[in-house]
Ligand binder design. Structure first.
Ligand code: ZN
Ligand code: ZN
Ligand code: ZN
Length: 162
């Protein structure tokens, strides 16, 4: 059963049918301590209702957000692969975008190698290139963010049966 008390979270307006489609995938977080993160899979229309909202699990108030698990390469700073599988021969600095190891960077200015912004480095959560990579990833895992029109079409045909 889903660890999700529907009656506790009526404010979210999730239907019983939607709840049955919520799939707990795995749990994250430190073994000791009280913080755990549940990673769940939901239908795109459910995601729209719950993203950024709070839900109650028993006595605990939980913030729900898109799971950001996009992989970033330590060598070239791009997303979607790791340094181990990187085909870029020379490292690119995550701070200044130049061709050197980030750890040896002496640059005083910041330049993001992924979006070329001068306001953050490649590790920034504010980077639009990171956001785009995350959205692509969530789409692949069927969260259907940017694919709204396509997904809604296919989903609505199943909900029209009532
Ligand atoms: Zn790489
Ligand atoms: Zn540098
Ligand atoms: Zn950036």
């Amino acid at each position: 059963m889903i660890p999700w008390a529907l009656s506790q979270n009526t404010a979210l307006e999730i239907s019983v049918e939607e709840v049955t489609r919520i799939k707990p995938l795995f749990m994250l977080g430190p073994r000791e301590g009280h913080t755990v993160h549940w990673v769940i899979e939901v239908a795109p229309e459910t995601l729209q209702k719950i993203e950024g909202k709070f839900a109650y699990l028993g006595m605990t108030k939980c913030k729900m957000k898109i799971y950001d698990s996009v992989t970033q390469c330590y060598n070239c700073q791009r997303f979607g692969h790791t340094a181990r599988t990187c085909i870029d021969g020379q490292p690119r600095c995550r701070m200044c975008s130049e061709r050197h190891d980030s750890r040896t960077c002496k640059s005083l200015t910041v330049k993001c190698p992924n979006c070329h912004s001068n306001k953050h480095d490649a590790a920034s959560m504010k980077c639009p290139a990171r956001t785009a990579a995350t959205r692509k990833l969530t789409r692949q895992t069927d969260f259907g963010i940017n694919d709204k029109s396509k997904n809604e079409k296919s989903k609505s045909s199943t909900t029209q049966s009532e």
